[in-house]
Write a protein that binds this ligand. Structure first.
Ligand SMILES: Cc1cc2nc3c(=O)[nH]c(=O)nc-3n(C[C@H](O)[C@H](O)[C@H](O)COP(=O)(O)O)c2cc1C
Ligand SMILES: Nc1ncnc2c1ncn2[C@@H]1O[C@H](COP(=O)(O)OP(=O)(O)OP(=O)(O)O)[C@@H](O)[C@H]1O
Length: 279
């Protein structure tokens, strides 16, 4: 069945921005049942799982609605739009803080009045007393708290980008790296990370150590690069970097030899950490 047909046959939808597809969002999807669709209201700010990246974190089809095209609608018009997209709609799933319409003036209470079917309101999902939200995940990624971000996400923070050329000194003087340009994704704090890297369309992730930041020791240019730990690889087009934990801050070394020593230590830390994770 085509995605369009699956959507037309949907009896339940979940509505929101869903940037990150985090644990809170997953609680909504758990209410969708067999014939569900996720309705993403696209604000243009999504940078944890921009655009179709959200599709990696749910098996439900996704309908994208541009906020600019629906923000002027009143409550009735919004429901009419949903009914025209989903003629068999019986259930709408939203979270406790869902708002919609001009100036976000409608809440789930209004949804209950406006929609004749079931409105399921999911209660606040928290982790150790802290409410899970996309903006908090962004804040964690920005300060390098990858572990905290991943705990909220329920999966590793992952970016994807096209392969770009490096400075060309890595392989000769340091270690070989895959350099990517991850347009549209939030850049984690500058530094070195334990990561997993997926190359082109390979199915598995390689253990890796990655650098994000300005190469302050060499030419000062910005780079996102992964060194693969389980052997030589060939990357043709693109790579995905999945962040596991933060190792250290970006640093200006006095010589390439010192940088090389630090990279060796980073490699050891990442190898240890990833070996432990496999146990
Ligand atoms: C694990 C790792 C850690 C790194 N740490 C730093 C760092 O602390 N400071 C820095 O200026 N560059 C750092 N780099 C970036 C190197 O400067 C970069 O790999 C080198 O300039 C070669 O780049 P190329 O692959 O584009 O030729 C690191 C790279 C790796 C792989
Ligand atoms: N922690 C949570 N518990 C329950 N529902 C949630 C939670 N976070 C989001 N939701 C619901 O998920 C849907 C998508 O919400 P939204 O995209 O605004 O996520 P968010 O994490 O709150 O984002 P932001 O931090 O940018 O406000 C909404 O219906 C919202 O009410």
């Amino acid at each position: 069945m085509s995605i369009a047909t699956t959507m037309k046959n949907s009896t339940a939808i979940a509505i929101g921005g869903f940037d990150g597809m985090h644990i809170g969002h997953q609680h909504l999807f758990a209410e969708l049942g067999e014939h569900g669709t996720i309705v993403v209201i696209e604000t243009g700010y999504a940078n944890i799982t921009p655009k179709e990246e959200r599709e990696n974190f749910s098996h439900y089809p996704i309908l994208y609605l541009e906020l600019d095209e629906i923000r002027h609608l009143d409550g009735d018009a919004f429901i009419s739009l949903l009914k025209s997209e989903f003629p068999k709609l019986k259930k709408i799933v939203v979270g406790y803080d869902f708002h919609f319409g001009k100036d976000r003036k409608y809440s789930f209470e209004d949804l209950k009045t406006l929609f004749s079917g079931e409105v399921k309101v999911v209660e606040e999902v928290t982790l150790e007393g802290d409410s899970i939200h996309s903006h908090k995940i962004r804040a964690k990624v920005k300060i390098g708290d990858i572990k905290g971000a991943n705990d909220f996400l329920g999966h590793n923070y992952t970016i994807m980008g096209a392969l770009v050329a490096g400075q060309g000194i890595g392989k000769k003087e340091l270690v070989a790296t895959i350099n990517i340009e991850a347009t549209g994704f939030l850049t984690p704090k500058e530094g070195v990370y334990v990561t997993l890297t997926r190359i082109d369309d390979e199915e598995h992730y390689h253990p890796s150590v990655s650098f994000v930041g300005h190469r302050v020791t060499t030419d000062g240019s910005f780079a996102i690069e992964s060194h693969i730990l389980d052997g030589e690889v060939i990357c043709n087009k693109k790579a995905r970097i999945s962040f596991v934990s933060f190792i250290r801050d970006n640093k200006k070394f006095d010589s390439i030899a010192e940088l090389k020593k630090a990279i060796k230590s980073d490699i050891n830390i990442a190898s240890q950490k990833l070996k432990l994770l496999q146990l």
